[in-house]
Design a protein around this ligand. Sequence first.
Ligand code: HEM
Length: 392
Amino acid sequence: MTDLMSMAGDQDPKDLAAPQPLYKLLREAGAAVDMGEGDDGPGLVIVGNDEDVRHVLGHPEVFSSGIDAVAIGQVRPLIPLQIDPPEHKNYRKLLDPIFAPRNVALIEDQTRALVRDIVEPLAAAGSCNFHDAVAEPLPTTVFLQLLGLPVSRADEFIALKNGIIRPPVNSNEERIAYTAEVGQKIYAVLQEAIDLRQAERGDDFISMFLDAEVDGHRLTNDDVLDIGYLFFLAGLDTVTASLDCMLAYLAEHQDQRQALVDDPGLIPHAIEEMLRWETPVPGVIRVTTADTEIGGCPIAEGRNVVVLLASANTDEQAWDDAESVDFHRAQNRHLTFGGGVHRCLGSHLARMELRVALEEWHRVVPQYRVADGVELLYTANLRSVENLELVW
Ligand code: HEM
């Protein structure tokens, strides 16, 4: 499939595996590409140049990320993602310190221990499905630990998360009904954790949320639920998808895999470059609050705008050698964690999880490749690789 319409519809597995040429096509088509009205909604406008992507992300008063942007089983806006400024700032003032590098560093040792528990038993096996064995359980286990819930419930959490992100449905109506039902279960699990911490504080994020205070304001019970709900979706699948993409890339580029084994100090740089190249969250959505325009293309109020971070990350106007994956790249101001006020709250946590995972994995399984006969299948929306069968 080579035309732009493919970006909004069914996609060829080959395009999903290597989408960069399609992004280039899109950028050449114009600053904003209008895909027309949809059958059951206002349709999409796609923005993919670095400059315009930054413009959209920098103007939340026109490009809102309010609750209308994405419906995923929630009953109130997700905090802070679906709260627009100025209210948004109050939540970030409160949450930013909790997710600051200093705090993330405090949980690195326990994260490493969890990762070791996951990867060490695999070494002798000689093969695994990396997605099932590592990429999916890892962030869930870390997340449960952060929330103060038992790690033994990881499978239940993974099923809930998948129920929202990959519901087994055939229509939009079914999706709304199914995700609403799963959403209620997520709220119930989170409420259980909150009740536990209301009774007795622990050394976990929910306890921190309950005690956090800015300008005399505390988070309400619903606020903590709405933050926790977002974490389910923002923090679990994203790290899973990133790990999938990175291991798939390294398994298919043996020189670069070996470079990391020879010099683990290169891993943080490799992570940034693979985040740029793969952009596991390829795009984010905004809804226009007024008539506006981008690069001369009019966009009416109420349109859904797909902000293609992945395209901006390979825009040759913004990057030297945009198409070369260079682990020694001097500057790497990628947009993989978004930009503007909604820039990812969990980026330090994500980077730590990814680094510890790559360090521990390569310590235990330094040489690996994709199993014979497997054609890696990348998913749309989030770039995970569920059939990542590796052998060593
Ligand atoms: C590599 C992994 C990750 C990637 C690629 C990623 C990507 C993103 C992106 C692109 C956004 C912007 C969304 C938008 O503008 O609409 C975002 C926001 C957010 N992310 Fe992440 N994320 C990752 C990991 C995490 C983790 C581990 C957490 C854990 C808590 C997290 C929490 C959030 C939150 C709370 C927001 C909303 C921030 C706001 O609206 O102010 N993310 N993320």
